[in-house]
Design a binder for this molecule. Sequence first.
Ligand SMILES: Cc1cc2nc3c(=O)[nH]c(=O)nc-3n(C[C@H](O)[C@H](O)[C@H](O)COP(=O)(O)O)c2cc1C
Length: 342
Amino acid sequence: MRAAIIYWSKTGNTEKVARAIHEGLAAAGVEVLLRRVEEAEELDFYAYDLVCIGCPSYRWHPPKPVDDFLVRKFGQYTDGFYPHHKQGRVKTGAPKVPGRNVLVFCTYSGPHTGIREAIPVGKYVGQFFEHLGFTVLDEWYVLGEFHGSEERSTKGRMGDIRGRPNEEDLRKIRQNVAHLLRSMDDPELQAIADYRRLSDRIATAGQPTEKQLAAVAKAGFEAVVNLALHDTEHALPDEKGVIESLGMDYAHIPVVWERPTEDDLDRFFHTMDRYRDRSVFVHCVANARVSVFMALYRILRLGWPVKGALRDVYTVWAPNETWQGFIDDMLNRKMDWEQTEI
Ligand SMILES: Cc1cc2nc3c(=O)[nH]c(=O)nc-3n(C[C@H](O)[C@H](O)[C@H](O)COP(=O)(O)O)c2cc1C
């Protein structure tokens, strides 16, 4: 496995984090390259299984040299600057390129509004890579002393942050690298249509092929839940047989695209409750049905805030009239409005 760490740092905080990530990756046996943004112009992101990119927050933006670098690289990939990228890498729908992953890290001092001064940087930088088909594994926000401003390092919203990131912060970063590597899915899993990793335990997707189901089993999933009908175009002739021969449980809840029902949802809840402590792969045809059912499960069974759960649906599709009506109807009927956060 190959990784590249690209960073920009003016007063040393981000550099410390970059070096801690470097140590964590090297300790895990990863072949890793560490480059400042200024030296990364020729680097091809696609040549690495994992790109780690980091910078400080400057007025809740990336610093200009970092923004300019990203815009330039983006332009190169769009225009087919690299000979083997003639078609351009920025495709409508941003299809995932299997095996291409990114970690975004941002250091900040948060003197005025805390971590909110860093989150826009993480999201913004992550978007460049997501547009290129990379999977954003995580965003790390790391507190750093505001060098040159005593007041902002002691009286800001984050309190006394002098000396941060300190040894303890860096130790945690090295440790988190190991967790990050574990969360990197096999490229074969990432190649499944509309694949999304929702948590350590749950992944969702469109219809997998037989070969991809073998990758699902290899990745340690114990059960597959299928919400598609058996007679759709890419359905497998005997999905149950394939899954059971791979040693996984199979649950089939056929949800008619034009007419999702409360009974379907109840069966889904029941099934997911049953697999509460197990690793589950949930699929339909294009992850549309599943994205809505999972969001409703998270809201109505796991107590997730409505907005957060529904936002994940919008990373897959915008529900049509039937499905938006279904969401509204199910929330109205099943939600305990006193208990649930909007
Ligand atoms: C010009 C400038 C603007 C900054 N603006 C912000 C800001 O808006 N929000 C914030 O949380 N930190 C801000 N900081 C603090 C840095 O983000 C923080 O100290 C960071 O860790 C510095 O990284 P570096 O040491 O790698 O250069 C600013 C620092 C500078 C020098």
